[in-house]
Design a binder for this molecule. Structure first.
Ligand SMILES: Nc1nc2c(ncn2[C@@H]2O[C@H](COP(=O)(O)OP(=O)(O)OP(=O)(O)O)[C@@H](O)[C@H]2O)c(=O)[nH]1
Ligand SMILES: [Mg+2]
Length: 407
């Protein structure tokens, strides 16, 4: 893992500097404003600093020699805020308990061995090397106990065993022998943030992309999420947008979106088939963004998913973006089947809804790992437009390490 700090007079400038140096795959791990201290603060303005990370298997343009000098975790990551402090404390206590019991048994073992052995000249030397060995064993025992506890926390957050094992395995292989508990925690935290990746935002879409599909199972919150996103873009960013619905299976569904369209003063177009959607394109010429609602479909019904595919294919790939909306409260086993079905016919970005209904958000990490699809938005309630935000990888990582339900 590569970690590097970048500064700028604005946050954007610092992020740009990171991307210039590490490339587009760089993930922003930490952002802060640095206020100059002491006498110089009178003359210097605060500046922005971002810590950017990059997985080592992604090509980094700097020389390997330079890379070595930056591949250190930043200091502030060793204290990952209050939530992790309690975990660190717990680990310390449990590690201490393990260590003292193993020390007792180790000294008993030593005593027995000493009794069994003939006295010799090398006895002093022997005890010395035994002490060193004992210290080494203790250090590795500490690391193992610490990783075991972190592993348990991840499982409690409902991170899938496969991914928890993979994560811990990668950390175990990269830790220095003298790593402290803080180092281990910071390394796991950073790894999770990197694996979650940079969340996607509609603000990042290319200029050709205009049609935004929202697809997913029934009742996950597709229409509500469209209303939230439409409000943000229309009211805050003043985007010239239109709503379009292909969900004509229930009268109430059109009415639901129509209500939001009325409140926001944006047009709503209803289409009954994929060909009607293609035909509606010229009408959409004047708009910068068209949010498309689709009917909730059972992933088990092939005919229904075919229908969604036809709608998506009615818009050329370079003009569209697809969001797969999933409820964080759905069982992971079901989520696997759902994403498998949709992956068969389209690429997508992930939106997770109903975070207010579950304390264990491991499914977000699992689905991200399973599909490789970028995370984007998450919602945590029924209020339009308040209960939505871009996924915050740092916050998710902290919550995963805090073991769910205690948020
Ligand atoms: N608790 C909670 N409820 C939500 C959230 N998002 C949506 N809902 C509720 O979930 C229910 C279904 O929301 P819809 O937006 O109609 O879901 P949909 O995916 O469009 O449903 P279909 O069109 O029937 O497939 C509504 O009662 C919403 O208020 C959320 O983040 N948290
Ligand atoms: Mg709906």
């Amino acid at each position: 893992m590569i970690l590097q700090k970048y500064q700028g007079t604005t946050e954007n400038e610092a992020v740009e500097a990171a991307k210039r140096d590490l490339g587009e795959s760089a993930v922003i791990m930490h952002r802060r404003i640095v206020k100059p201290k002491g006498f110089y603060k009178l003359f210097k303005k605060p500046y922005y600093e971002v810590t950017a990370g990059l997985e080592e298997n992604i090509t980094y343009k700097k020389e390997a020699k330079e890379r070595e000098s930056v591949a250190k975790p930043p200091q502030e990551e060793s204290a990952i805020e209050q939530k992790l402090n309690s975990l660190a404390k717990l680990i310390e206590e449990q590690v201490a308990a393990t260590a003292s019991s193993s020390k007792e048994s180790a000294s008993l073992k030593n005593d027995l061995e000493a009794l069994a052995k003939e006295p010799s000249e090398d006895k002093e030397k022997d005890t010395e090397s035994k002490d060193i060995q004992e210290e080494k064993d203790m250090a590795s025992e500490k690391r193992i106990a610490c990783l075991q506890l972190i592993y348990n926390q991840l499982l409690a957050s409902e991170v899938d065993e496969t991914y928890a094992n993979e994560l811990i395995g990668e950390i175990e292989g990269s830790l220095k022998k003298d790593a402290t508990i803080d180092n281990v925690l910071a390394a796991v935290y950073q790894k999770i943030v990197l694996k979650l990746g940079t969340p996607f935002s509609l603000e990042d879409i290319g200029k050709d992309v205009k049609y935004i599909f929202f697809i997913g199972p029934t009742g996950v919150g597709k229409t509500t999420t469209i209303a939230k996103i439409a409000s943000l873009f229309k009211l805050v960013k003043k985007t010239n947008l239109a709503l379009l619905t292909a969900d004509t299976y229930r009268i109430a569904a059109v009415e639901q979106l129509n209500t939001y369209a009325g409140i926001l003063s944006v047009p709503l177009k209803v289409v009954y088939s994929a060909s009607e959607l293609s035909d509606a394109k010229p009408e959409m010429d004047g708009f910068d963004m068209v949010l498309i609602d689709t009917a909730g479909r059972s992933h088990k019904n092939k005919e229904q998913t075919e229908d969604i595919k036809r709608f998506i294919d009615a818009i050329p790939e370079n003009e569209r973006e697809v969001f797969l909306v999933l409820s964080a409260a759905t069982k992971y086993k079901d989520l696997v089947r759902i994403v498998e079905t949709y992956s068969e016919f389209t690429g997508f970005k992930l939106i997770f809804t109903k975070l207010d209904e579950t304390g264990a958000i491991g499914c977000m990490f699992n689905v991200r790992m399973l599909t490789g699809a970028p995370l984007s938005y998450m919602t945590w309630g029924q209020q339009v437009p308040d209960d939505i935000g871009r996924v915050d990888a740092q916050a998710i990582a902290k919550q995963l390490l805090s073991g769910g339900d205690n948020t």
